[in-house]
Ligand binder design. Structure first.
Ligand SMILES: [Zn+2]
Length: 346
């Protein structure tokens, strides 16, 4: 479990029950077995979970996205995917299938940054303790954060509080974005909350791939990560336990950050603007990363830019894609690229 925070900021997540405020000890964890893949194509049931308040990709873009994802999975992992037709589902009806207990747990894990009534002292403490027990080097985390925070006073408490403040400042940039109806992109629904997406796998989600136009960004009381904080709690994707998925996990991939070229997004992309065509192509290529988590249980080979499993820098997907070289990062070429290295517990 100690390895979790280093990947929490990126795209894999354990499904966890009852991390905050448990009344009783959590049940023993089980581990999703490494998939035994069929000869021939691997079938993927695909949904597009649509929040009608937010911009979305059209059918042609979704087809381009899937073609690009399939090509990337073939080139990088030697696996042939066969996608079902895309089932469009309203995001609300998908979330309605999350069992009440899981929903409550997820709500408890989410810090209420929307109402202004969140308990800041509790958040600071959660971040401090989370970093302390992360098993990661405090020096390395401070060095990573420095360009974003400036110097921070010594001590774990000051660090935890400063990173919590950074994530709150930056999630405010996400929540101040406008929806199509002119209201805030992040409203009172829980669709933006990362723990809710973890809980979704306990609902009725008979898909291997859930594309969504939802903006997923928030602040959690569990598993803080500096990488997450600098992005304002933004996640582009998640691969997590799923009760009904063929191989035991579902990959979620958001098209939201690819969809427009406003100042905030372009800045997060290091200046990149995308045409609708390139947006769909890059969304598919980068979403293929999640398939590496799902089908091969791979991790992140940090510092190896040739690898599809190397996480993107902020949201600069064109730059990230330009450095990929499947030939230079075959499956099995490093510990992070070894099938089964990641354990999906649930
Ligand atoms: Zn990842």
């Amino acid at each position: 479990m100690n390895a979790l925070p280093s990947i929490r900021g990126c795209l894999v997540a354990l499904a966890m029950a009852c991390l905050a405020g448990c009344a009783s000890p959590p049940p023993a964890m089980q581990v999703v077995p490494l998939p035994v893949l069929p000869q021939g194509p691997v079938d993927m049931r695909v949904a597009y979970a649509v929040n009608p308040r937010l911009p979305r990709m059209d059918a042609a873009q979704l087809q381009l996205l899937l073609a690009s994802m399939g090509e990337a999975v073939r080139q990088n992992f030697g696996i042939e995917l066969r996608f079902s037709p895309v089932t469009e589902v309203p995001i609300a009806s998908l979330f309605a299938t999350i069992p009440a207990r899981r929903r409550d747990d997820a709500a408890r894990d989410s810090y209420d940054f929307k109402s202004g009534r969140g308990d800041r002292a509790r958040l600071d403490k959660a971040f401090t303790e989370g970093f302390r027990s992360s098993g990661e080097s405090m020096e390395a985390m401070r060095a990573f954060a420095l360009p974003h925070t400036g110097p921070i006073a010594p001590g774990d408490t000051a660090f935890g509080a400063r990173i919590a403040a950074l994530q709150l400042e930056r999630v405010a940039l996400w929540s101040s974005r406008q929806a199509l109806d002119g209201g805030p992109a992040i409203d009172n629904t829980p669709f933006n909350e990362f723990p809710m997406w973890l809980a979704l796998g306990f609902g009725d989600v008979p898909y291997e791939l859930v594309l969504t136009n939802q903006l997923i960004a928030g602040v959690e009381l569990t598993w803080p990560a500096v990488h997450t904080a600098v992005r304002g709690g933004y996640s582009n994707g998640i691969t997590t336990y799923s009760r009904l998925a063929r191989y035991g996990t579902v990959s979620v991939w958001s098209t939201y950050a690819f969809g427009s070229n406003d100042a905030q997004l372009v800045q997060l992309r290091g200046g990149e603007s995308y045409t609708p065509h390139e947006a769909a192509r890059l969304a598919g290529l980068s979403g293929a990363h999640e398939i590496g988590h799902q089908l091969l249980h791979l991790l992140h080979p940090y510092g190896q830019a040739a690898c599809l499993m190397h996480p993107v820098e902020m949201l600069a997907y064109r730059d990230w894609a330009s450095k990929l070289s499947p030939r230079d990062c075959p499956v099995g070429s490093s510990p992070a690229m070894t099938p089964g290295v990641y354990k999906f517990e649930y």
